[in-house]
Design a protein. Structure first.
Length: 289
């Protein structure tokens, strides 16, 4: 298998490489400390050498343990969320770290997608409402149940856009929950205004929204998403000033027989890459006809 630039980038982001580097440095810390000590001290006895090696060993051990604890923290959060969900509680997706390209982030996004599909099947079986109570858009479970092959030209010209609101946490820190909810309601109104008459628009979670374009050319998708992005940036709701919120997009175009969950997963990954590079996420459409 060719070890191309994409594979190299994947290895750099891998948690295996991170763990290896941390372990390598911590294991060799006593040797590094000993070399520095012998190189900077003209006279040394066995006791002082042993003290330096022991101190460096303790520091390396503590540093290694603390770093491993920090690197695996998203995995513990995911395990706690799954345990709570299996015991009848809600799946706290908002508390999970879905950013990044390492193995834990990929697994986290996949689990969130599977939980959404399971919830969609359960709601369809129980006949529960498919609308988000705050914005009036479809909820996450409903959008996972969308049959992509029935959209547009047999599902061959479908584009899924996922956008995430940034700045909501800052708004909630400065104001109460009611102000935050009013801002989310206003964003839902903007989605209806700019996305109509297309039927599939959903609020996936607290600050994540999904739009499904069927039969739209890339230029039309770009125009709709760009207009919506600018409207969100210009939004003023009560004490929430203009520029407090912004939207970052991730896009996925259907090429094979992907399901809605597959497209949402691809769009999620594109969204996280756009956030990492501080882009809008719409640049991919600008080069298309």
């Amino acid at each position: 298998m060719a070890f191309d630039s994409a594979n190299k980038d994947s290895w750099r982001r891998s948690i295996v490489i991170k763990i290896f580097l941390v372990s390598f440095v911590c294991i060799h810390l006593p040797l590094i400390a000993l070399l520095l000590f012998l190189g900077t001290t003209s006279q040394s006895d066995g006791f002082r050498v042993a003290l330096v090696v022991l101190g460096a060993t303790l520091i390396g051990t503590v540093a290694c343990l603390a770093t491993m604890w920090w690197l695996t923290r998203p995995l513990r959060y995911l395990a706690a969320a799954i345990t709570r969900y299996r015991t009848g509680g809600s799946f706290a997706e908002d508390r999970l770290d879905k950013h990044g390209e390492d193995e834990i982030a990929v697994v986290t996004r996949a689990v969130c997608g599977m939980v959404g599909e399971i919830a969609a099947l359960a709601e369809r079986a129980e006949g529960q409402p498919a609308l988000d109570p705050l914005t009036g858009l479809l909820n996450g479970s409903a959008v996972y149940s969308v049959q992509v092959e029935r959209q547009g030209n047999g599902g061959s010209d479908v584009t899924v856009a996922v956008f995430e609101l940034e700045g909501v946490d800052a708004v909630q820190a400065l104001h109460d929950r009611e102000v935050t909810d009013r801002a989310l309601v206003a964003v839902g109104d903007l989605v209806r205004q700019y996305f109509a008459p297309r039927p599939v628009a959903a609020r996936m979670s607290g600050t994540t929204f999904v739009l499904l374009f069927a039969g739209d050319k890339p230029s039309a998708v770009l125009r709709c998403c760009e207009d919506l992005r600018r409207a969100v940036a210009d939004l003023e709701v009560g004490p929430v000033a203009r520029g407090s919120l912004c939207a970052t997009f991730g896009l996925a175009m259907r090429h094979d027989q992907e399901t809605m969950a597959d497209l949402i997963h691809k769009a999620d990954m594109a969204l996280f890459r756009a956030r990492d590079t501080r882009r809008t996420g719409l640049e991919v459409l600008q080069a298309l006809p």
